[in-house]
Structure formats: C-alpha cells, structure tokens
Design a protein around this ligand. Structure first.
Ligand SMILES: Nc1ncnc2c1ncn2[C@@H]1O[C@H](COP(=O)(O)OP(=O)(O)O)[C@@H](O)[C@H]1O
Ligand SMILES: [Mg+2]
Length: 125
C-alpha cells in the first residue's frame, strides 16, 4: 500500500496567517498520510516556521482548516494538540539547552498522545 492510499493523518486546507496586518500564509494546503514523511522546504522567510506554529496552535490562524485524524483541531490550544500527538521541535534558541540534539528531537514525542511514538512527526524548521 502506498502512503497515498494510507489513512490521512493531517489535512490542512487553505491555511491563512498574518503578523499584524501583513499576510504571511495565503492558503496553504498540506496533507500527511500514515507512514508518510513530509518535508516543508523553502528559502528563508517563505513561511515554514509560521506554518508549523499555526499547526501547533502557537499562532492564531486567519482562515482555513486543520484536521488531525478527521478531527478539526483549529480551535484547540497547543497543549491539547500536543496530547493528540503533534510534536514540535523549534529552531534556534527555543530548544532545551541542557539536552542533546537527539534528546531535544524526542521531546515532541514524549507528550502522551493516543498513538505510538512512531506516528509522531518531528519538525525542525
Ligand atoms: N514575529 C514576527 N513578526 C512579524 N513578522 C514575522 C515574524 N516572524 C516571521 N515573520 C515574517 O514572516 C515571514 C515568514 O517567516 P518564517 O515563517 O519564519 O519563515 P521561514 O521559517 O520559512 O524562514 C518572513 O517574512 C518573516 O520576516
Ligand atoms: Mg523557520
């Protein structure tokens, strides 16, 4: 079975976000199927981190939908999203300085989501 046929884990449609009056994300579509690894790539400033912050609930979205395993999570706070299984490892100085890189990367898996940790995407933006 290809990952395209696998169940949809994350489904993002028409995501919009702004910083103040400046629109940054203007309709991002993104889907992740079970077992799939998806990389978001692009030059500095195109909105990768902004996208991840929206998915994690760290930044308010201005439109679009975010569904995790068929459930609309767009209105949930970050801690609730984490418990549902979304892990986020930020870039730069936002990591835990006393931990190794490997340890930092596993932190996103440690919050008790309902599934095995192998399903959890780890994001480095
Ligand atoms: N806190 C912020 N306030 C205002 N503008 C921001 C802020 N963070 C990022 N931006 C701007 O939003 C755009 C996307 O940034 P970002 O998502 O960090 O891009 P990437 O992660 O792809 O390098 C850039 O133009 C950046 O300057
Ligand atoms: Mg970034």
């Amino acid at each position: 079975m290809s990952t395209e046929d696998a169940p949809l884990v994350l489904d993002v449609r028409g995501l919009k976000a702004s910083y103040g009056a400046t629109p940054i994300l203007q309709g991002v579509d993104l889907s992740v199927h079970k077992g799939e690894i998806v990389s978001l790539i692009g030059r500095n400033g195109v909105g990768k981190t902004t996208t991840m912050r929206c998915l994690m609930g760290l930044l308010r979205t201005r439109g679009g939908s975010v569904q995790l395993r068929g459930r609309d999570i767009a209105a949930l706070p970050s801690d609730a999203r984490a418990r549902l299984g979304i892990g986020y490892v930020p870039q730069g100085r936002e990591v835990f300085p006393c931990m190794t890189v490997a340890e930092n990367l596993t932190v996103g898996e440690l919050v008790g989501g309902p599934r095995g940790k192998s399903e959890r995407p780890v994001q480095r933006s």
